[in-house]
Design a binder for this molecule. Sequence first.
Ligand code: 1DF
Ligand code: MN
Length: 357
Amino acid sequence: MQLPDLQSTRVPAPAPYLRIATEEAFAPPGMLDIYRRILERGDADPGFRGLMGFYMSSPSERAQHIMRCLTDLDQLRLQHMDACGIDMQVLALTSPGVQVMDKATAVSFAREANDHLADAIRRHPTRFAGMLAVAPHDPQAAAKEIERGVTQLGIHAVVINSHTQGEYLSDPKFWDIFAAAEAHDAPIYLHPNSLPPGMYQPFFEAGLDGAIYGFGVETGLHALRIITAGVFDRFPRLRMVLGHMGEALPYWAYRLDYMHRATVKSQRYASMQPIRRQPSEYLREHFYITNSGVAWAPAIRFAQDFMGSDRVLYAMDYPYQHAVDEVIALDDMPMSADDQLRFFQTNAQAVFKMPPR
Ligand code: 1DF
Ligand code: MN
């Protein structure tokens, strides 16, 4: 089994599908100003300092490139998309978005960011779609922003960057957010965040806290907490999206089901009560997954087998994984034309409710 060749500099050929990338990051300059103030205060959690503190100050080529790309929603980004053969990006406020801000700032900046995003989509309606930023630490305000975003801005999905200051959406105090997402049929993309203080050190000391591993572990944990807390029994029409190959959860499915059954039966934890279905059934029926960061056909094929090919979507993770070679590798996947059309185009159009173009 071969890993894709990451050295080639070919250009993607025209394809019989639109390439729609579904986990693409941006940062309004005003958000970076707020981040700078948080970082200067000196009391930011180590995960945030290690992540955005790094990108905002490192002279490395990668960091400088990422910062330049994040703030642009016009020429530079469209140029990069064209060079990679990307027809459309589904944009999300870069992690951690507003979730690291104090509650009042987060609520007001989420609105500002969503207006900024809606403006970019209006300027380039055939190139951009998006997800709404919300402040989970004010669940009522987040619910209202989902309503405003869907009904007034025409943005039909929500992004939440995993934990909010160490707290998880499995806590019922956040469930107004799920109620609003369900009522407006807006899928929630559960995107990674830097690790919360209680998880950070053992990952950080080995250099494994970031996108290499820590992000996926923490976001997968979050999705599992939502499943085992019974969120989908309470909100039967709620849909979610996970990146990075479902943060590896499809690969875990058998063991999750077995051990969940055994744990519930032995009444080992007050926090793990019976739920209606097996964890893998919620995964398959309530989640979509994207391949962000994993341009590797065998993993994608396994995900399609497990989830169904109508639930696996393409994502690049621009600008953090800005790689034209990966687009070419994915064009070349041994896959039926129907499944490849679903993967690159039609699943994204359905999940993010894109207008016909
Ligand atoms: C990184 C990766 C940073 C992802 C991200 O947001 C991010 C990274 C600050 O490589 O440091 O969204 N990612 O989704 O893999
Ligand atoms: Mn990402």
